[in-house]
Design a protein around this ligand. Structure first.
Ligand SMILES: [Zn+2]
Length: 375
């Protein structure tokens, strides 16, 4: 990851790059601040910068062999440390490297909750245990494998157990010259004071909405209007903004497909229904399941509206607009059958049935049901 891939935190990027350029990198750096603003991403970008063979303009090149290893999470002198569960005899990060890589490949902004899911640890609190510190001390005492520096990125450093923190203290107090510790925490007050006081601290702030919106547009190709709206809802957290934007865009797409399909079903245009069913099947299995759940939700909303309970409705503005004319067609004469057809379609898609056939069947049923008279 390059600094340029991360929105905001310009002051911190400049300071970190300057420290690296001058060759005076503090041995222990703490990046703190609210969850979801990019602390881990910044630690990763800094580590990549430290190892880059071709830095320029205050950023890593992103293409040298070292940068590529960083991107693929397999640079042998970068050691990720994160909370784990005691499922194996020694509870250390290395045992969960595959889960960690999978998570970071899915998102640059992992949350503690996502990590807990990835560990399949719903009931136990992941922690950094003393075995981990022993491992860190062992690795820190060896020479780097291919670079000048070994870098430890300790995510959720506040999850260090006291015994583990005490053991770590020695290598942080009297560090090896070629070792850099990057601690990341959204609860720095829980870090053992003796460790905390040894770090150079960067307290990161939530981002400006403007920066988040800009990033959604330029890096993720999201429309201007959607970017601004999602940034506003996210309180300066890029991860949340991206999720909002994706959900918003998908919901819009679903709403449009739903409207077109219902109009086509009503006008009994079978050829067009076939084309629409193929377009829906092309969503792919997971997205198709979300679309079917969305459709079931819209049927329910329109039924409620038809029976005069608008205060119970939860619709977006554009759905509400369509609903004014559409809701009279969803009534006691067809709502049950429509819901059953949708439930069946969802379970067929889950059961790996041919999505094109499932969707065409479903749309043909809708064509019959939408014309049923209100009892
Ligand atoms: Zn590079």
């Amino acid at each position: 990851m390059r600094f340029a891939d991360i929105p905001g935190h310009e002051k911190e990027k400049t300071a970190l790059a300057a420290a690296a350029d001058s060759g005076r990198v503090p041995h222990a750096i703490l990046l703190s601040g609210p969850e979801g603003i990019g602390k881990l991403a910044l630690a990763r970008a800094f580590a990549q910068y430290l190892h880059c063979e071709n830095r320029s303009g205050g950023d890593s090149c992103g293409v040298c062999p070292s940068c590529r290893q960083h991107k693929n999470l397999n640079q042998p002198d970068v050691h990720y440390v994160y909370p784990v569960v005691k499922r194996k005899p020694k509870a250390i990060s290395k045992d969960y490297l595959e889960e960690w890589r999978n998570l970071l490949q899915a998102t640059d902004y992992p949350s503690p909750a996502q990590w807990q899911d990835a560990l399949d640890a719903a009931t136990s609190q992941p922690r950094i245990y003393v075995d981990e510190s022993a491992e860190i001390v062992r690795v820190a005492s060896m020479s780097p494998l291919i670079k000048d520096q070994k870098i430890f990125i300790i995510w959720q450093a506040d999850k260090l157990m006291e015994e583990a923190a005490n053991k770590l203290l020695k290598v942080i107090e009297e560090p090896f010259a070629d070792t850099v510790f990057l601690l990341v925490s959204s609860e720095p007050q829980k870090i053992l004071p003796t460790i905390f006081s040894r770090t150079q601290r960067f307290n990161l702030k939530p981002l400006q909405q403007h920066d988040v919106a800009q990033w959604l547009q330029s890096v993720h190709g999201i429309s201007e209007a959607e970017s601004i709206e999602s940034a506003r809802l996210s309180e300066g957290r890029p991860a949340a903004a991206l999720e909002n934007a994706r959900l918003g865009q998908e919901t819009k797409e679903f709403a449009e497909h739903f409207r077109t399909m219902m109009r086509t079903a009503y006008s009994r245009n079978v050829a067009e229904l076939k084309r629409l069913s193929e377009a829906a099947a092309a969503f792919g299995r997971e997205k198709l399941k979300r679309f079917l759940s969305y459709t079931a939700g819209q049927i329910r909303e329109n039924f409620i509206r038809n029976y005069g309970h608008p205060e119970l409705n939860r619709m977006r503005a554009e759905e509400e607009e369509f609903s004014k004319k559409f809701s009279p067609f969803i009534h006691l004469g067809n709502v049950g059958a429509m819901s059953r057809e949708l439930t069946r379609a969802i379970s067929d898609v889950e059961g790996n049935a041919n999505s094109k056939l499932v969707m065409f069947d479903l749309y043909l049923s809708m064509m019959t049901l939408i014309r049923k008279p209100k009892p």
